[in-house]
Design a protein around this ligand. Structure first.
Ligand code: SF4
Length: 436
């Protein structure tokens, strides 16, 4: 390829951790002199950060790769991440992919492409074993134009839930060096990020030279200039109870917990090999709700797990109704090599469809209900971007999506907003008083 400034585009499937990693990868490309362009544009290099959490995720990834190869036939195409790790054989069958990089080397995809990406020679596979040792990350995502920065603190998981392919795709649990998290966090705050979101596969299991997840939280909260710290999805059995008091008292730590439930039924939880039962799960929620005013609780629920009867499903519905502001709903997807694939009972696609729809309806109602509770109240919003009608949109500390029609605003402003009304998935407000 000959153009003097090379262009690169990125596409991320899946979780927040993947987003964090794409930010790190694209940051490296930017530092290397690449011009970063949207995925729809003609580009020299295209990097797809893949996901394999469900069959549908695999299919969507293959679909996008084919579209890119059709629309941008001269682009050097690299596929990295979880699907590259577990489904590399399927990817190798797609003609035109130049590079497949598994989990261990995904952040080094630029180095594997090399200085002068040459399209169409062969499909190269880089898939060394995933180490179990602590890690550091050379890059940081300070030059990514977003207002919230995802901060990766951990990777992999040792829990082996029976439905989950992630331990195969991302390997065993390992933690990022404590000092390296601190280094990137300080650099992010110094370069203007007001909100950091802690990410990883199983962040509550963080452990590095005697430092725990709680120590990471305390260290981040002590960083001068950090206005907001958010915890992304965290496994129920790994949340330190002390966190509740810290969250209740801190203005920086957001009142927001996303705690995967997966099923409300003890019978199904056992088959899923989850490490808690319903009452243990709810015990924590009750405690958190009692101490943290305005707390937003959200969750992930799988529907149609093999053997899930109506009464099991009803338990999931009940917990969503009684506790949550919303749920991410996943129809059960059988993944090769997982323990649940070997279960004799099989899941029924019609039932999965019906139950997904029902849970999504409840989730929608619950979100509406939660948002409505804040009409007339003042919340703190970090402005992110404009929506199609030109309103500034951002999230409150407790993750309410708020739109404000005010042309004097700009991105990355932390402002007080009075909530006036609620439309679908959005609260509408006006500026109350700007934070100093
Ligand atoms: S805790 Fe369970 S669901 Fe979450 S990544 Fe680990 S094995 Fe998968």
């Amino acid at each position: 390829m000959t153009s003097s400034i090379l262009k690169a585009s990125f596409y991320t499937f899946g979780c927040r951790l993947n987003q964090a990693e794409t930010a790190l990868i694209s940051s490296k490309f930017r530092s290397d002199g690449y011009d970063i362009v949207p995925i729809e544009e003609k580009t020299d290099v295209c990097v797809i950060n893949s996901c394999t959490v469900t069959e549908q995720a695999d299919a969507k990834c293959r679909q996008l790769i084919r579209k890119i190869l059709r629309n941008n036939p001269d682009a050097y195409v690299a596929v990295v991440g979880c699907y590259s790790q577990t489904g590399w054989q399927s990817l190798q069958k797609i003609d035109g992919i130049d590079l497949i990089v598994g989990t261990a080397e995904k952040l080094n995809v630029l180095e594997h492409i090399g200085g002068d990406p040459v399209k169409g020679v062969e499909t190269r596979l880089v898939r060394p074993s995933i180490l179990k040792t602590p890690f550091t990350i050379e890059a940081d995502s300070t030059n990514i134009p977003t207002t919230r920065a995802n901060l990766k603190i951990q990777d992999g998981c040792n829990f082996m839930c029976s439905f989950c392919i992630i331990p195969f795709a991302r390997g065993r649990a390992r933690s990022r060096a404590f000092w390296d998290i601190q280094r990137e966090a300080i650099s992010l705050v110094e370069s203007g990020y007001q909100e950091l979101v802690i990410t990883g596969v199983n962040i509550g299991t963080y452990e590095y030279e005697g430092q725990s997840f709680l120590d990471v939280i305390k260290m981040l909260l002590s960083i001068e200039g950090l206005k907001r710290l958010r915890i992304s999805s965290i496994e129920p059995t790994t949340i330190p109870v002390e966190l509740i008091d810290i969250m209740a008292e801190s203005e920086v730590l957001c009142s927001h917990f996303h705690i995967p439930l997966q099923s409300g039924s003890d019978k199904i939880l056992e088959k899923m090999k989850r490490l808690y039962n319903q009452s243990k799960y709810l015990e924590f929620l009750d405690l958190a709700r009692a101490k943290i005013p305005d707390l937003l609780l959200a969750t992930d629920i799988i529907v149609g797990f093999p053997g899930e009867e109506e009464e099991d499903f009803a338990e999931s519905c009940r917990i969503l109704e009684d506790y949550m502001a919303y749920a991410h709903v996943f129809p059960y997807s059988e993944r090769q090599g997982t323990a649940s694939q070997r279960l004799v009972e099989k899941s029924d696609s019609q039932i999965k469809k019906k139950r997904s729809k029902r849970l999504q309806e409840i989730s929608q109602e619950k979100k509406q209900e939660f948002y409505q509770r804040f009409i007339g109240k003042t919340v703190r919003v970090l402005t992110e971007e404009k929506d199609r009608s030109g309103r500034w949109v951002g999230f409150s500390d407790n993750y309410i999506k708020v739109a404000i029609a005010d042309n004097s605003l700009s991105a990355n402003q932390l402002i007080k907003v009075q909530i006036e009304s609620v439309e679908k998935n959005m609260a509408i407000g006006s500026v109350a008083l700007e934070e100093k």
